[in-house]
Design a binder for this molecule. Structure first.
Ligand code: DGJ
Length: 766
């Protein structure tokens, strides 16, 4: 809900309020963001900034001696009027002038929010959200700035964006147009970012803000595994469950920059937007440039609270089309099973095994097209390799369908190898600067998606492919970072526009394909999680979380991802051991126990498994399917992170809670009781608690028991541990679990190796 009263703007969601006002000099001053408040007479005098002196800083003008831009909490900031903090908007006009000063003109409130076709934008109906646009104008030049705020009530999210319009007679260059500025009164904040690299995406890092600016950015053309656009400001005492947390994310898949600055006067400024370091946008007379949208939330219930808001927002207002709120199929993916080494016989054999275990989607990954037998050739030539798949894709797809599974296909449309027919025909479609040797990654080059002709070629080729082979799922991969930016596209007026226009080209292309194939499930991928962001989620229903499928590594990767993205978007697979990336051997059941907290898949050669492992997988899939809506669409919470990692996910009707209890390193004679605490339990209810029955491979054990059992070559029975317990005990005291040592093994011993884990099902009694 949005209220405007005498230049006071109050934006409410169910649990939060955001307040700003137009001050006497015409600037938008931020007043409050936090727990929802209702204003009574007299409150305004308490709330308003009394503008204490900021000595040795310029006043805005002779007329407003008390207004020092440097010490205002502002909704938008520019260069040149005495605010020396990092600005939200920067533009250059008249060959080098950069001073701009936007003051209030008018505002408008409308119900609902639409997403424009081919754009990565959030959307919501009239009963879900309200939109406020505030128009400002430079005090001298005919340049206007529109700030848009959309309140999404149920998810407690405020969407922000900005658009600059050049109404002068000359072009100008936009150097910076952030999507959001949030100025907070004080500096008692920690900044949390999600950083890493390929194979170790989204590792959470937390540090105390100090005077100066912390930058979280990507410059590689993708939102990146290095620094995700998702950031949080949290009170130093905030935990997963308690305390004040502000979350911010950007709906954009390219170069981004988040800046958190503490000013000399102890105010904190948070900015997010397209990365300005590389931006130079020529804005013609009469033209408008609109920023991507940014997403803001506040929670008084710690990081889990903020993640709940984001998860709900993504499922309600980002994901769109047929797969919105729809359960995602269990897949088998050929990549880690076969890499490039397969033929039709191998594929069909894998498919038969998969179907018999309950798999629902068969995904043919890299290696199926042209003469692709390794990563040196064929990207760009999207037809089936006649040696590997002689009967053709359509026939393969028909046979997969006949087994009762959907058929999925991997493509990497943005890329081309030099060894390809496409490159021979269109060498000029590749990003490469004349006279410079272009950088190369995985033998591949990037096609210029800013060009209409390149996009229409890709659209036609991919449409034909999806139609002819009756494809139900697409894995859209992208395996290199950008370099050698160059284009012959005359619409790009300055190379500083290129990266942004590329991302817009990608959204346009995928948007058109999705419109033509509305039932296809689209999955995004970029060497795993190089492009796991809200922009991608407007185009892709789910994303491959990481190429690292090691269960232990996945704990941190999935946990980091869960701060901003719901489990339904996180594709997570069980793979073979020793793991491809870490060489670690983890129990099959732990690999499942971790992968189940997302969209489940298998990525290993099922035909090479023994009987017991196949039975275990069949049981895993059956279990997953019975609780799939909870795993994918339940409320996911992080509870404990140390040697023991504990997550839980609660069903939407709150009847069931599934808990992951994962032990990284088992210690002999371990020090503390293992306690199962379930903070989500309802104190008024009584629950049954039992571990999922899982397969305990004797090879996991050592010592006498292991040897005895190993000799029998059998699985161990799972411990019998069942409790009927009140919600209060679960919530506050926890269950003291049976011991996990092997010395005195009995039917209740919880046999655990390193990376041992359990999944507990906590169910309300009828
Ligand atoms: C990178 C992806 O992340 C993998 O899952 C796989 O699809 C390979 N590319 C194939 O080249």
């Amino acid at each position: 809900m949005i209220n405007v009263q005498r230049h006071l703007f109050k934006l409410d969601t169910t649990n939060t309020s955001y307040i700003f006002h137009v001050d006497e000099s015409g600037h938008l001053e931020h007043v409050y963001y936090g727990h929802r408040i209702e204003l009574a007479d007299g409150d305004w005098d308490a709330l308003r900034d009394k503008h204490p002196a900021a000595h040795d800083c310029p006043s805005y003008s002779e007329d407003f001696p008390e207004i020092k831009m440097e010490n205002l909490a502002l909704e938008v900031s520019t260069e040149g009027k005495g605010d020396y903090r990092v600005p939200m908007v920067q533009a250059e006009y008249n060959g080098g002038y950069t001073t701009l000063d936007f003051v209030y003109q008018h505002s408008q409130i409308t119900k609902g929010k639409q997403a424009e076709a081919g754009k990565a934008q959030a959307y919501g109906s009239a009963d879900q959200c309200t939109t406020l646009t505030v128009t400002l104008k430079d005090t001298v030049l005919d340049i206007s700035l529109t700030l848009t705020y959309v309140t999404f009530d149920a998810s407690d999210v405020i969407l922000r964006s900005a658009a600059i319009t050049n109404k002068t007679e000359h072009h100008l260059y936009v150097h910076k147009l952030d999507s959001l500025q949030l100025d907070l009164e004080d500096d008692r904040w920690d900044l949390v970012t999600f950083d890493g690299a390929w194979g170790r995406e989204k590792q959470a890092h937390r540090r105390r803000l100090a005077p100066g600016t912390h930058v979280n950015e990507s410059r590689s053309g993708v939102s990146s595994a290095d620094h995700n656009p998702l950031v949080f400001l949290a009170r130093p005492e905030a935990t997963q469950r308690h305390g004040e947390v502000i979350g911010c994310n950007l709906i954009f898949s390219g170069n981004h920059k988040e800046e958190a600055e503490v000013s000399p006067f102890g105010k904190t400024r948070l900015l997010t937007g397209v990365n300005s370091s590389l931006l130079r946008w020529k804005l013609a007379a009469g033209a408008t440039l609109a920023s991507p949208e940014a997403v803001l939330t506040w929670s008084g219930e710690g990081f889990n609270g903020a993640s709940d808001h984001f998860a709900r927002f993504v499922n309600d207002h980002i994901i769109r089309g047929t797969w919105k709120w729809r359960e995602r199929p269990v897949q088998i993916n050929t990549w880690e099973a076969f890499r490039f080494d397969f033929d039709e016989g191998k594929l069909l054999n894998l498919a038969r095994h998969a179907a018999s275990l309950g798999v629902e989607l068969f995904v043919l990954d890299d290696g199926w097209f042209a003469s692709r037998n390794d990563d040196t050739s064929s990207l760009g030539d999207w037809y089936a390799n006649p040696q590997k798949i002689p009967s053709g894709l359509a026939s393969l797809s028909t046979r997969i369908h006949a087994m009762g599974m959907m058929f999925g296909l991997w493509v990497e449309p943005e890329m081309v190898n030099r060894q390809s027919q496409l490159y021979l025909k269109h060498p000029d479609w590749v990003l490469a600067l004349p006279r410079r040797v272009p950088a190369v990654q995985r033998h591949q080059y990037i096609l210029d998606l800013t060009r209409d002709d390149v996009r229409s070629y890709l659209y036609d080729t991919l449409s034909r492919l999806l139609k002819d082979a009756e494809v139900n799922y697409v894995k859209w991969d992208m395996n290199r970072l950008f370099s050698d930016l160059y284009t012959e596209n005359e619409q790009v007026k300055h190379m500083g526009e290129f990266s942004w226009r590329y991302v817009d080209g990608l959204y346009d292309l995928v948007g058109k394909l999705r419109a033509a194939f509305p039932n296809v499930l689209f999955e995004g991928c970029s060497s795993g999680g190089q492009r796991y962001d809200l922009g991608m989620l407007c185009c892709f229903d789910q994303i491959w979380t990481s190429d690292n499928t090691d269960a232990r590594s996945r704990l941190a990767i999935q946990e980091g991802t869960s701060y901003g993205y719901p489990p339904s978007t996180m594709d997570c697979h069980v793979s073979a051991v020793p793991n491809n990336q870490t060489l670690r051997t983890t129990p099959l059941e732990s690999r499942f126990n971790v992968a189940a907290f997302g969209t489940l898949g298998y990525e290993l050669d099922l035909t090479a498994l023994g009987r017991e492992e196949r039975e275990a997988i069949a049981a895993q899939i059956e279990f997953y399917k019975t609780l799939r809506s909870t795993f994918q669409y339940g409320t996911f919470h992080r509870q404990q992170d140390g040697n023991v990692v504990q997550w839980d996910v609660q069903s939407q009707d709150k009847e069931t809670i599934i808990v992951l209890w994962y032990l990284k390193e088992n210690q002999a004679n371990y020090a503390q009781n293992d306690i199962l605490l379930v903070p989500e339990a309802d104190e008024r209810a009584v629950y049954d608690v039992f571990p999922r029955q899982q397969y305990l491979a004797p090879t996991m054990l050592d010592g006498h028991t292991a040897r005895t059992i190993h000799a029998k070559r059998e699985s161990l029975p799972m411990e019998c541990e069942h409790y009927t317990v009140s919600g209060g005990v679960l919530k506050y005291a926890g269950i003291k679990l049976h011991g996990r040592c092997l010395k005195d093994y009995d039917a209740q011993t919880r046999i655990m190796s390193d990376d041992g884990s359990r999944m507990y099902v906590v169910k309300k009694r009828g």
